[in-house]
Design a protein around this ligand. Structure first.
Ligand code: GDP
Ligand code: MG
Length: 174
């Protein structure tokens, strides 16, 4: 009998408060969007099965549940992570300026092999854009990250963002 290997990838979602982390996760895991930003108390992570290369992969995606508001994202949150989405809000440049801080924090808790995706969320709000696509791309290139713009509201690129990270993690295994 053939042994079925289990693939379980822990992926963390980080970034400033209100950039849309929880909604990216609920869009990915349940195809839901929540207009009221309420803290997701008690929900630490959600698991979604993705197929890569004919293999079933469990993506265990973690949400900060509002800890970032108090600069209190714990090391337990990062422990064992093999992928990360580092999220900013394209309508608020301060959230983009803080990406470097989040990268520093990620680097202190995880090793450099973690698959990283820079995510500019809320791309449905083009009319009030505050960070250009070019600036996002340039930062990603400088820091060696994948880059994508998403909308948790209208679903643009949400699945793709997670899938690219999952593929990269899988690729790094072999
Ligand atoms: P978090 O604090 O990073 O987890 O952010 P939330 O997911 O709670 O979202 C913060 C606010 O932004 C909420 O009011 C959401 O409805 C809104 N939001 C999240 N994602 C999007 C998006 O893609 N587009 C728009 N227009 N609003 C969004
Ligand atoms: Mg949240």
């Amino acid at each position: 009998m053939e042994e079925e290997q289990e693939y379980l990838f822990k992926i963390v979602v980080i970034g400033d408060s209100a950039v849309g982390k929880s909604n990216l996760l609920s869009r990915f895991a349940r195809d839901e969007f929540d207009h009221n930003s309420k803290a997701t108390i008690g929900v630490e992570f959600q698991t979604q099965v993705v197929e890569v290369d004919g293999k079933e992969i469990k993506a265990q995606v973690w949400d900060t549940a509002g800890q970032e508001r108090f600069r209190a994202v714990t090391s337990a949150y990062y422990r064992g992570a093999v992928g990360a989405l580092i999220v900013y809000d394209i309508t608020r440049s301060t959230t983009f300026d803080n990406i470097k801080r989040w990268l520093d924090e990620l680097n202190t808790h995880c090793d450099t092999t973690v698959a990283r995706m820079l995510v500019g969320n809320k791309c449905d709000l083009e009319n009030i854009r505050d960070v250009s696509v070019e600036d996002g791309k340039n930062l990603a290139e400088e820091e060696g990250l994948f880059f994508i713009e998403t909308s948790a509201l209208d679903s643009t690129n949400v699945k793709t963002a997670f899938e690219i990270v999952i593929h990269e993690i899988y690729k790094n295994l072999s």
